[in-house]
Design a binder for this molecule. Structure first.
Ligand code: NDP
Length: 479
């Protein structure tokens, strides 16, 4: 399979005719090639976007809404093909791609197609001064969207949909590791009647293609989701050009379990929040803190449940844990298991590579639980981004609050308790952008999404995303 760039409504090879191999995580074999795009390809994409901008920014909200809804419907019509492509490219179980990734990509277009028709701006009468102020919310122009490999289409569209709904034209880059569904999206956008040049998709390496987008002086805003180190680098490059930035970065999220919770619900959800998508979700609760009075029971039950998860080929309906996304990533995750042992961590289950019959070269790893002695150890502080969680007991609310916050990240936190006072106290004090009480990853697209500390800057979701993708201009009229 040869993937091409999507520029000005056409599928085109990279100008250099250089290509990069794309691997299938389930069997470790090369099954496609993507363009190794350069600054020149990004420039072509920029020119197409710039040319499309005057007409698109003047397109009525009703028409934008119709096109975005149509994209959403076409994604739903092609659910099976998209889910198969996502699962093959990323290694995630097809059941997950079908139930979560692709439906959510469709929802992103539907939601922002509707949201733009409800997006109001302010007006203020300056009493006693015979003046009225009103605020225009104008699209920025050409914007850049860069997304990671863990939830490929889900996160790619989470940026593109609000950007184009708000009237911008986009130069977008998916991860080089998972390019296929973004490639397929080009056809869908064309079929839905999105004018040429409104969305341009350029494939390639982060350090060349991605960087060319960030360095482009006339791409005025960047919405980025990815690792914290990359986010910091982007911020440094973008700052002298005064670009608008939205950075959704890494997470090392606490999952705090009190004895008074609904135990069974907590246990089932904790298995999901630890190992969904092979633990490769920025929101996974990878640091589990359990109240001492139920620690031994939880430990036994959790280990038993996790041992029952089936690691297998992503296309099999019974697979719970598919393949990790790439060989380098698998190796990185396995290194952390060695580090844990050096730091006196006890591997309660998992920790080893899995050989799946007929797919011996696939990147499979057992779901792994590590009991730690010290909350400051590396495996409890650094983002592993794989099927590896830590557990340790705590005695008091103050103690667990301190451990939960004593980390450089601040994306999300989950709390299991039925005590209202504790819920209020802890949600006020937990340092994170998203707090879940007695649930995990329950998302309402109207709500703000983003992190604090090293987990990022800015909020996406709902009107926050539309605010990011527009400039506010105040007009004051004296009468
Ligand atoms: P990376 O930061 O490596 O890459 C993210 C994207 O940026 C990719 O498209 C990548 O391209 C590109 N990129 C890499 N270097 C540059 C650069 N110098 N300039 C511009 N673009 C660049 O992250 P991963 O893909 O490894 O994704 C995993 C990370 O994403 C984890 O840290 C995870 O926590 C985070 N994440 C955060 C979320 C959030 O909402 N806060 C949600 C999901 C994930 P390429 O892949 O081709 O190198």
């Amino acid at each position: 399979m040869k993937i091409k760039n999507y520029i000005n409504g056409q599928f085109s090879p990279p100008i250099s005719d250089e290509w990069i191999d794309n691997y299938c995580p389930a069997n470790g074999e090369v099954y496609g090639q993507i363009p190794n795009s350069s600054t020149k390809d990004v420039e072509e994409a920029y020119k197409a976007a710039k040319e499309a901008f005057p007409a698109w920014s003047n397109t009525t909200l009703e028409k934008r809404n119709r096109i975005l809804i149509k994209i959403s419907e076409l994604l739903e019509d092609n659910l099976q093909d998209f889910a198969e492509a996502e699962s093959k490219d990323n290694g995630k179980p097809i059941s997950l791609a079908k139930a979560v990734d692709i439906p959510r990509a469709a929802s992103n277009f539907r939601f922002f197609g509707n949201a733009i028709t409800q997006f109001a701006s302010e007006s203020h009468e300056s009493i006693g001064q015979n003046a009225i102020n009103y605020t225009l919310r104008q699209p920025i122009g050409v914007v850049g969207c860069i997304s990671p490999w863990n939830l490929p289409l889900y996160l790619f569209t989470w940026k593109i949909a609000p950007a184009i709904a708000a009237g911008n034209c986009v130069v977008a880059k998916p991860s080089e590791v998972t390019p296929i569904t973004a490639y397929l999206l080009g056809e869908i956008c064309k079929a839905a009647g999105l004018p040429n040049g409104v969305l341009n998709i350029v494939h390639g390496l982060g350090t060349t293609t991605g960087q060319a987008i960030v360095e482009h002086p006339d791409i005025k805003a960047i919405s980025f989701t990815g690792g914290t180190a990359t986010g910091a680098y982007i911020a440094k490059v973008a700052a002298p050009m005064f670009k608008k930035l939205s950075l959704e970065l890494g997470g090392k999220n606490p999952n705090i379990i009190f004895a008074d919770c609904d135990y069974q619900d907590m246990l089932e959800t904790t298995v999901r929040s630890s190992f969904s998508n092979q633990g490769q979700i920025c929101l996974c609760g990878s640091r589990i803190f359990v109240e001492a009075s139920i620690y031994d029971k939880f430990k036994a039950d959790f280990v038993q449940k996790v041992k029952g998860l089936k690691v297998g080929h992503p296309s099999e309906a019974t697979t719970n844990i598919g393949a990790l996304v790439s060989k380098p990533h698998l190796e990185k995750v396995m290194q952390y298991i060695d580090i844990a042992k050096e730091e006196d961590g006890i591997v309660l289950c998992g920790g080893k590579r899995v050989t799946v019959t007929d797919y011996e070269n696939g990147y499979y790893l057992e779901p792994t639980i590590i009991e730690i002695q010290n909350d400051q150890c590396s495996v409890n502080q650094e983002e592993i981004f794989g099927p590896v969680v830590t557990i340790m007991p705590f005695k008091t609310e103050d103690e667990v609050l301190e451990m939960a916050n004593k980390v450089k990240y601040g994306l999300s936190a989950t709390l299991w308790t039925n005590n209202l006072k504790r819920t209020m106290n802890m949600s006020n004090q937990l340092q994170a952008g998203i707090i879940w009480i007695n649930t995990w990853m329950l998302r309402d697209l109207r709500t703000p999404f983003g992190g604090v500390k090293a987990s990022g800057v800015g909020r996406e979701g709902g009107f926050e995303a539309l605010r990011f993708f527009t400039e506010a201009k105040n007009v004051c009229i004296k009468y």
